[in-house]
Design a protein around this ligand. Structure first.
Ligand SMILES: [Zn+2]
Length: 266
């Protein structure tokens, strides 16, 4: 007797307007085929295998029908619902879909691009190859040890950018420019945004930030000299805060929060 071969289930990372599709119990859908139709002309984007399960990404055709138990969660909020590995994969999925949507045509000759590998495309006319390339940004925690030597009086420089969505304070950050090292970029951004000079710049950690496609590189630095002069075109407010009296800070999804927590813990 002939039996239809069963296809192995795939863990689906499907998006609509930047929101991720989850099941009723806030898990990623697991099925042989996409649980909702994909956007016209969209094929599923292969992702690496996670915990032995193949994964795929895709853009949904449109909003969810009202009669489904599936629901959409903004990617940032999904951080609180998913495992760290699933959230990381969701970010990768979002970055690949963004790259796919922005590389339909060759940037040199304008001809259609064709998929070459899972993470590259080649121009059908001139042969130019493109890969997803996240933009690099630096983020810096500037500390100022207390002159009285008391740990609770140590200070951190926190700022509020005009593009923060809420009344909280974060860290100085900015994009790396051409020809710069990460350290150059960190010192330049600090000087431009705050008027301050720093020393003892040291690497902390990095984090992919899929909004839409950034690699954040975190540094700690110590205040050296200069008077604070905030760049008002970029920053709404900012200042020095004692370890014992921090204002509202970013959510746990961000590298900024990990850095502030690490500083708090010494
Ligand atoms: Zn071309």
């Amino acid at each position: 007797m002939l039996t239809t071969p069963t296809l192995p289930p795939i863990r689906w990372f499907l998006f609509h307007n930047g929101a991720l599709l989850l099941t009723a119990d806030n898990a990623l859908p697991l099925a042989a085929a996409p649980p909702v139709p994909l956007a016209e002309g969209q094929t599923q984007q292969p992702l690496p295998v996670l915990d032995g399960i193949p994964c795929a990404a895709g853009q949904m055709e449109g909003p969810l029908p009202p009669d489904t138990a599936l629901h959409l969660v903004p990617l940032r909020q999904a951080f609180d619902l998913l495992t760290a590995a699933d959230f990381r994969m969701a970010g990768k999925a979002q970055e690949l879909l963004h790259w796919d949507a922005h590389t339909h045509h060759c940037g040199v000759c304008g001809a259609p691009m064709q998929r070459a590998t899972d993470i590259s495309k080649v121009c059908t006319a001139c042969g130019r190859e493109v890969w997803p390339s996240p933009t690099t940004a630096v983020i810096v925690l500037i500390e100022r040890p207390s002159p009285n030597g008391r740990r609770e009086d140590d200070e951190v420089l926190l700022v509020q950018s005009h593009n923060f969505r809420g009344d909280y304070y974060g860290l100085v950050a900015g994009f790396v420019e051409t020809g710069e090292t990460l350290e150059d970029a960190a010192r330049r951004e600090i000087l431009e945004e705050t008027g301050l000079h720093v020393h003892r710049l040291r690497y902390f950690a990095s984090q992919p930030w899929p909004f839409p496609s950034v690699l954040m590189v975190g540094f700690f630095a110590q205040y050296a000299e200069g008077e604070m002069r905030l760049q008002t075109s970029e920053l709404r407010k900012g200042g020095w805060f004692k370890r014992s009296a921090l204002p509202a800070i970013p959510g746990t999804v961000s590298l900024a929060r990990r850095m502030i927590d690490a500083w708090q813990e010494g």
